[in-house]
Write a protein that binds this ligand. Structure first.
Ligand SMILES: C[S@@+](CC[C@H](N)C(=O)[O-])C[C@H]1O[C@@H](n2cnc3c(N)ncnc32)[C@H](O)[C@@H]1O
Length: 162
């Protein structure tokens, strides 16, 4: 499967509020594609696993992982419009039930607790999350919180230096 062949995407045509963060409606080609390719080469790591994608944007990475055999993928973002697009993409790819969109805002402490409770997630993934220097501190604290609520999880992230 090639990344751009295996997953269909809806990215436009949905309601956009003026204050919505449209950053998530682009596929951030460099880092996202590289991490998808890494996952395809190492699909054995993900087969049967429950995975959480953070800052997912349109959700391509999470859907690739689902197609590679992850048992369940929680595809998260904080923006309502982005979550709507993720939901549409999950349906478009026939992945209802295998992928679930969920709201996880790194600046909302309660979201981590709610997510961690009873969760079986063993792998956390994210691509191109440090798109601006002000994200570093927020992402660092988010990952620390995730390790508190998911102490056995590993975090795999790709980053493109700009
Ligand atoms: C540069 S985009 C990358 C999107 C996707 N991972 C990709 O590689 O195509 C960064 C993503 O982080 C999300 N994001 C920004 N701030 C966030 C926050 N406080 N909590 C959760 N997600 C956030 C944005 O909505 C956006 O989808």
């Amino acid at each position: 499967m090639a990344v751009d062949e295996g997953v269909k995407l809806v990215m436009a045509g949905l309601r956009c509020d003026d204050d919505s963060d449209l950053i998530g409606l682009d596929v951030w080609q460099g880092a996202t594609k590289k991490l998808c390719e890494y996952c395809m080469k190492n699909s054995n790591l993900f087969r049967g696993a429950a995975v959480l994608e953070i800052g997912a944007g349109v959700g391509i990475l999470g859907m690739v992982l689902s197609k590679l055999g992850a048992r369940r993928v929680y595809i998260s973002d904080y923006d309502e419009v982005v979550l709507e697009v993720i939901r549409a993409n999950i349906q478009l790819n026939g992945l209802d039930g295998k992928c679930v969109e969920c709201k996880l805002d790194w600046s909302n402490d309660e979201h981590f607790d709610a997510f961690g409770r009873g969760s079986d997630v063993s792998i956390i993934v994210g691509s191109d999350l440090l798109y601006s220097s002000h994200m570093a501190k927020l992402l660092h604290s988010a990952v620390r919180r995730l390790f508190e609520v998911l102490p056995h999880a590993v975090f795999i992230m790709s980053h493109k230096k700009r």
